[in-house]
Design a protein around this ligand. Structure first.
Ligand SMILES: [Zn+2]
Length: 158
């Protein structure tokens, strides 16, 4: 999936699960679950390592973290939501590093993370972009609803 749904779902997990030692691994695992939902993304649509792909990926990351920041900035547990978003993006970060640099495959776990990412992914061809983007719109909408939900601890901050 694009970065935006991963970031917002990771943030929502950081909000919903109060114990960080549970929330962060769940956010990390959420990456595989979301990638198993049929989708289109910049790498599957345009290929890896191209200028167009890199520019769109940077824009995707910027939008995801900007929207997350707007949604969580006044919330008490914002740091855990932010860390949840980072955990949710860690898989793609690992994959991109392993494709870009020669050494990451020597780091324990990197090959397993990349292998799981390869078998979990359900990228659709560009011709099915309506379905491939539609699934992500639904995921983003659900995550925004969770991130906007006020909790009892939020009201104590203001
Ligand atoms: Zn991915």
């Amino acid at each position: 999936m694009l970065a935006v749904p991963h970031i917002l779902v990771g943030g929502a997990i950081g909000k919903q699960i109060e114990r960080p030692y549970v929330a962060l691994p769940v956010a990390f695992a959420s990456h595989y679950v979301l990638d198993a939902i049929p989708h289109v993304d910049t790498i599957s649509a345009f290929g890896f390592g191209l200028l167009k792909t890199s520019a769109l990926t940077l824009a995707d990351l910027f939008v995801g973290f900007a929207v997350l920041a707007l949604l969580i900035s006044r919330q008490k547990r914002a740091i855990w939501m932010f860390l949840g978003a980072l955990a949710a993006m860690a898989v793609d970060g690992c994959v991109v590093l392993s494709l870009s640099l020669p050494f990451p495959h020597g780091i324990p776990g990197v090959s397993a993370i990349c292998y799981l990412h390869r078998i979990a992914g359900r990228s659709l061809p560009n011709s099915q972009w309506v379905i491939g983007l539609g699934t992500q719109v639904l995921v983003v909408a659900a995550a925004i609803l969770i991130l906007r939900k006020r909790t009892a601890s939020d009201s104590r901050v203001e």
